[in-house]
Ligand binder design. Structure first.
Ligand code: FAD
Length: 286
């Protein structure tokens, strides 16, 4: 099912359905063995995900799902949205990849520029920004396109206003939904939502939720991107180092409940391939 259809507001007997659509992000296991991931996905499938998104070489790495991995995961009867970054490929390879994704019968793709590795001169890239990739995907395929959004601004952008201006370009070139970077302060998301809408961007905005498992994880994430840490969460994690999983889960439950009250159309979970924590959160919010 395509992104615009997934996030379309539905009503039953004249009553609007406010249940958010659930999606999960997973990454390729580092040892290359995807059988463990299958187990996690079978558990997550119980929560009827509208989408499962598959990262592409995240954290600057080369760890990627192959086309045959995508086929095996799709065969679990899951609606997929593979991610794709254009920084490390030439135009021909990019075209070949997106057409292969479409040929698998997959309907969605998350179009990203990716982080530019130090050894690459950005001026020499065939595709310098995600909007150009969106344009190419729109031209060459019928895939429905998701793009990344940053409630606190992308780390390279001068300010949030400029970042949203470029987000608009991605939407004008054919994106159908925005999936956000993780955040801990919902007020930042609500302000972002308002600014995006005020600029005339009307496609669904899906907040990205990363349940915290450890202090190390949260420190790593916030050092890589512009993300404000919740002082309350940080304090609890430092004070109770043996309970970080429980603290992270409870924080995520409260965060999701607040977002649902706000009326988000979806919740996108960065599962880090751990179905247990995501499942516990869902048991408490759905
Ligand atoms: P862009 O939209 O191109 O933006 C990058 C920067 O350039 C921003 O500062 C923006 O303001 C600016 N900009 C955009 N367009 C223009 C323009 N036309 N002219 C001038 N400036 C412009 N990374 C991975 O490697 N693999 C993944 O699987 C992955 N998944 C992700 C999933 C989500 C939901 C999110 C939010 C991020 C993900 N990332 C992933 C990280 C992402 O690749 C990085 O944040 C990357 O640095 C930017 O990618 P982008 O698509 O947002 O780039």
């Amino acid at each position: 099912m395509e992104l615009s259809e997934i996030y379309q507001k539905k009503s039953y007997g004249g009553v609007e359905d406010f249940t958010p659509k659930i999606s999960f992000e997973v990454f390729p296991p580092k040892n290359g063995d995807i059988s463990n991931l299958f187990e996690e996905l079978r558990i997550l499938k119980r929560y009827n995900p509208a989408l499962v998104s598959l990262t592409y070489g995240a954290n600057g790495g080369l760890n990627r799902f192959s086309i045959s991995d995508m086929k095996s995961i799709r065969d679990l009867d899951l609606n997929l949205m593979p991610h794709f970054t254009c920084v490390s490929m030439l135009k021909d390879e990019i075209e070949k990849h997106i057409v292969s994704v479409e040929n698998l019968g997959i309907e969605n793709i998350l179009a990203l520029r990716g982080d530019i590795p130090e050894y690459i001169n950005p001026n020499e890239l065939d595709y310098k920004h995600a909007d150009e990739l969106v344009e190419l995907i729109r031209e060459k395929t019928t895939l429905s396109i998701g793009v990344a959004g940053y409630p606190e601004g992308h780390i390279e952008s001068k300010n949030l206003k400029e970042d949203i201006k470029y987000l608009k370009l991605k939407v004008e070139k054919g994106a159908s939904a925005i999936f956000t970077q993780l955040f801990f302060d919902n007020d930042k998301f609500y302000k972002y939502f308002e600014q995006v809408r005020n600029l005339g961007i009307n496609i669904p905005i899906i907040p990205g939720i990363m349940p915290v498992r450890s202090l190390k994880q949260i420190n790593k994430m916030t050092s890589l991107a512009r993300i404000t840490l919740s002082k309350r969460l940080l304090h609890a994690l430092e004070k109770f180092p043996n309970d970080t999983l429980k603290i992270g889960t409870e924080f995520a439950i409260r965060q999701c409940q607040d977002l649902i009250d706000f009326g988000v159309v979806g919740l996108h979970f960065y599962t880090l391939n751990h179905s247990d924590q995501t499942a516990e959160i869902l048991e408490n919010i759905l």
